[in-house]
Design a binder for this molecule. Structure first.
Ligand SMILES: Nc1ncnc2c1ncn2[C@@H]1O[C@H](COP(=O)(O)OP(=O)(O)OP(=O)(O)O)[C@@H](O)[C@H]1O
Length: 130
């Protein structure tokens, strides 16, 4: 029982650290604020165009993917700044590749958003097009 309580406490504090990281990301990193704005915009459009469940799932998956990529990119930036505060070609590459991961997820999520919205307008709300 004691072991279980100690284990649960450990898990709970791990959650606390994760929330602290998420707060740091949203508070101190401008790009993540843009992702949150895009997320709110997409949720509004999904609600307005009455997306079915599968489209909501796609929107939530893509949004989670972009935010997770941004979090990992920020973590890479922190570590690179810690271990290589001076210029180093590999430090630059590490940051560039991590930023590339965010770019990939954002571009593909944007394309998916266009497809979902175009489908909704074309097949379900053609009156909004004309
Ligand atoms: N220590 C370094 N050595 C070599 N190049 C670096 C180093 N630090 C940064 N760079 C280069 O400068 C670019 C910008 O770095 P910076 O730390 O400002 O990240 P950023 O992309 O502006 O971060 P943010 O997402 O917070 O806006 C990197 O992508 C990298 O090409």
């Amino acid at each position: 029982m004691k072991r279980f309580i100690l284990y649960s406490r450990g898990r709970l504090s791990a959650f606390g650290y994760a929330f602290r990281g998420a707060y740091d990301l949203l508070r101190n990193h401008a790009p993540s604020k843009i992702h949150i704005l895009a997320f709110i915009g997409m949720i509004t459009v999904s609600w307005w165009l009455e997306f079915p469940l599968w489209k909501w799932v796609a929107v939530l998956l893509c949004s989670g993917m972009v935010l997770a990529a941004e979090a990992l990119n920020t973590a890479v930036e922190y570590v690179v700044d810690l271990v290589s505060p001076d210029y180093h070609v590999l430090a630059g590459k590490a940051k560039d590749v991590a930023a590339g991961a965010v770019l990939f997820t954002a571009v593909f999520s944007g394309l998916i958003a266009i497809l979902l919205i175009a489908d909704a307008l074309w097949w379900h709300h053609p009156e909004l097009l004309y």
